[in-house]
Each structure stands twice: as C-alpha cells, then as structure tokens.
Design a binder for this molecule. Structure first.
Ligand SMILES: O=C(CO)[C@H](O)[C@H](O)COP(=O)(O)O
Length: 218
C-alpha cells in the first residue's frame, strides 16, 4: 500500500496548524515537514519551533526532511520538537554515522536523502542502519516543480539495495508526484510518496489523497 506524505511546503502557511490537521484527517499516512535554511537550498521555510507548535495538534507521523547545512548542529532540536522520522541529506555533512546513531539513541527513525545528481551507490554503506531512504525527484528547494524521470532508475536501484539488506526500510520519493506518475514510482519500488501541490493546491484533500492512492495502484 503506497503511503501518502503531504508536504506542507505548498500549504497556506498562515493556517499551518489547520492545514496539517486537515491533511491528517483526510487520510495522510505521514506529514512531510520540509526544513530549509536558505544555504543548503535556495529557499527558507521553517524550523524546530514551528514543528514543536504543530506537534500537539495531531498524532500523525512527523516525517521531517532537513535541507540544511551541518545537520549535526541541529538534530537534537528536531528530535525534541517531535520528529518521528528525521531525514538528512547525504550531501550536507561528513558525519553520517554519528547523526544516524544520535537519531536512533532518541528512539526516532533515521532517514537519508540524496539529491538528483547523487548516485544511489553512496547509500550502500549506510543501508544496514537506515529506516528510510528518500530519493529527490526534483532539485530540492521549491514545491511545484516537474518530476525528473531519471529518478525511476534510482528508485529501482534503491529498492534492490533495500532488498539486499532484508530489512524494512521505507523508500520515499519527493518532487513532482501527481496522479499521472505515482503509478510509475510505485512500480519502480517506492512505498512512500511525498506530495505537495497535488494535495494542497486546490480541491478537497480527502479526494486528492484518495485519487493519488487509487492511481498508485497499490
Ligand atoms: O522537498 C520538496 C522540495 O524541496 C517538496 O517536498 C516537494 O517538492 C513537494 O512538492 P511538489 O509535490 O509540489 O513537487
């Protein structure tokens, strides 16, 4: 069953709490919270204090995606703020093992994400310890971009890597996911789809999520 993780990046930030609760009530599996620092990516969003305020509003799994430099400086803040899954970029640090271990020591699931130009092979050394692998299918920074079709081969490679470990690791895809391509990413091995515009940009959230699941075909 494909999990749907709405990205709040395209939600109405003036009503952020309501938007998160609405997506959770509409049947979302995870809430994807995009943290951007204006340095690792050319955009800024929000930080740990906003996540801390959102946390009491819903029990939904908070899937926090850090797009920040030196995540090792801030992960304790995000763990305290209520992340259930904390994902950092392979490209953003040299201290991968230490970060994964610190996330696990807090009882939180650890994820690693790669940008479109980073090969899946960099994940091989960490797969045994990861709970989630995130493949970016757009350059990180902005919602509303077009899906990069070369991500499908990366999903297939990442799925093969996950199978080799014999462990249950979420394989998440993020960027440009809509009803017309969610079936393709499901076929290529993704089991979690991050969806911004196709959930939040118009229409009814229940219907948007239902349509995405139906189009995923599993
Ligand atoms: O991480 C992101 C961008 O860095 C967003 O989560 C992603 O782009 C989702 O938005 P959309 O579905 O509109 O592409």
């Amino acid at each position: 069953m494909m999990k749907i993780a709405p990205s709040v990046l395209t939600a109405d930030f003036a009503r952020l709490g309501d938007e998160v609760v609405a997506a959770a009530k509409a049947g979302a599996d995870y809430m994807h919270l995009d943290v951007m620092d204006g340095v690792f990516v050319p955009n800024m969003s929000f930080g740990q204090d906003i996540i801390k305020c959102l946390r009491p509003l819903t029990d939904i799994t908070f899937d926090v995606h850090l797009m920040i430099v030196e995540p090792e400086r801030y992960i304790d803040e995000y763990l305290k703020a209520g992340a259930d899954i904390l994902t950092f970029h392979y490209e953003s640090t040299e201290r991968h093992d230490e970060i994964i271990d610190r996330i696990h020591a807090a009882g939180v699931r650890a994820g690693m994400v790669i940008k479109p130009k980073t090969p899946v092979s960099v994940l091989e050394r960490f797969a045994e310890k990861l709970d989630l692998i995130l493949i970016m299918s757009v350059e990180p920074g902005f919602g509303g971009q077009s899906f990069m079709p070369e991500s499908l081969e990366k999903l297939r490679q990442a799925r093969a890597l996950i199978e080799k470990t014999g462990r249950e690791i979420d394989l998440e895809i993020d960027g440009g996911i809509k009803s017309h391509n969610i079936g393709l990413v499901a076929e290529a091995g993704a089991n979690v789809a991050v969806v911004g515009s196709a959930v939040y940009n118009g229409g009814d959230y229940v219907e948007n999520i239902r349509a995405l699941r139906a189009a995923a075909g599993k």
